[in-house]
Design a protein around this ligand. Structure first.
Ligand SMILES: [Zn+2]
Length: 352
């Protein structure tokens, strides 16, 4: 029955676009709406695939250096790519945009609300460690607003916001107990970020390795950061933990439950997702493979197209990336992938 309905809808849509009597049949639809009617041919031509994979990029520091200033490959400053040059970061953003990626919030991805225009693919940016070069404040203006160093990550992202409004610039910053390491500005920075389309998540109080932590430590490391955020941006941060060192590596580890449900100062905090370190893209939120509680990330670094660097991952994504139908309320899938669709979803499915 469901299948029949989908087919019917597709036939109706196809019929509308191809009809010779278009003016008569769609009399009451204005021109702008008429242009947005999408057919199966459009899906095929644009390879629409909402069961495709999604890259979550993992950044740490962005330094005001050129790629030539580093002895490591490409835009890395260190071998593992935990610090990236400003020039490389700008190149990354240009590459994502020109490759048809548009940014979505991490929480929207987890919730399956991927609002990306037709034919484009979602990408998610994350930054760990709350480094001051993520958002460097150089002072306050006359109204008391923070002045952001244009060479810090947020300064660069704000430039892209102006340059490509359709890029939907956003990112999630995962902080430790020291927040952004700028004592006099930390509160203002947090408020500015959540008021300007960015998100704040939890990276534990002291960058703990959960594999070696006691239950008490685990509760305290997670809960105390939420407690700090409650005091500054209550109800405006995201209940997501980026696991320091990507540890524990297994979802079966006994501490996982205490990270997901941590008690601190008589308050219990629920965490909806954990972010791992490395190495590759994750699934569509509509896929059977999707575990929103334990998400993979791509390390944003260069290594000659090897060892899951940016180039290698984006080449792999060419084969099976999420490509949007432009409608957040429908899931458009290819018939050959239908077994990949998870059992429960609340959106209309269109199979072609
Ligand atoms: Zn970290």
């Amino acid at each position: 029955m469901k299948k029949f309905l989908v087919l019917l809808i597709i036939l109706i849509l196809t019929g509308c676009k191809n009809s010779a009597n278009k003016e008569n049949t769609v009399e009451n639809i204005d021109d702008s709406k008429e242009d947005t009617i999408i057919t199966v041919e459009d899906y095929k031509e644009n390879n629409i695939n909402e069961l495709g994979n999604v890259p979550i990029m993992m950044y740490h520091g962005i330094q005001n250096l050129n790629n030539d200033d580093t002895s490591y490959i490409g835009g890395n400053i260190d071998k593992d790519g935990y610090q990236r040059t400003k020039e490389a970061f700008i190149n990354d953003l240009e590459f994502y945009y020109n490759s048809g990626y548009r940014m979505v919030r991490l929480t929207d991805y987890v919730d399956g609300n991927i609002d990306v225009e037709f034919g484009k693919s979602p990408i998610i940016l994350t930054f760990d460690d709350g480094l001051s070069n993520n958002i460097k404040v150089t002072g306050l203006d006359e109204s008391g607003n923070i002045i952001i160093d244009p060479n810090s990550a947020v300064g660069i992202l704000e430039d892209f916001k102006k340059k490509y409004p359709d890029f939907n610039v956003t990112a999630t910053f995962f902080v430790n107990g020291g927040l952004f390491e700028q004592k006099e500005y930390n509160d203002k920075i947090l408020r500015w970020l959540v008021n300007n389309g960015y998100d704040i998540g939890n990276h534990t109080y002291s960058h703990v390795n959960f594999s070696n932590a006691s239950i008490d430590e685990t509760n305290k490391e997670v809960g105390s950061v939420y407690d700090i955020l409650d005091n500054i941006i209550k109800d405006k941060y995201v209940n997501i933990v980026a696991l320091p060192y990507g540890s524990p590596y297994s979802f079966e580890h006994e501490n996982i439950n205490y990270i997901l449900n941590s008690t601190y100062n008589n308050k219990t905090y629920t965490t909806k997702s954990l972010l791992r370190v490395g190495w590759t893209y994750d699934s569509s939120p509509f896929s059977k493979d999707f575990n929103p509680k334990f998400l993979k990330r791509i390390r944003a670094y260069d290594n000659n197209g090897k060892d899951f660097d940016i180039e290698m991952n984006f080449n792999l994504l060419l084969n099976n990336r999420y490509i949007s139908d432009g409608d957040v309320d429908t899931i458009v899938i290819k018939s050959e992938n239908k077994d990949m669709l998870k059992e429960t979803y609340s959106k209309k499915v269109i199979e072609y």
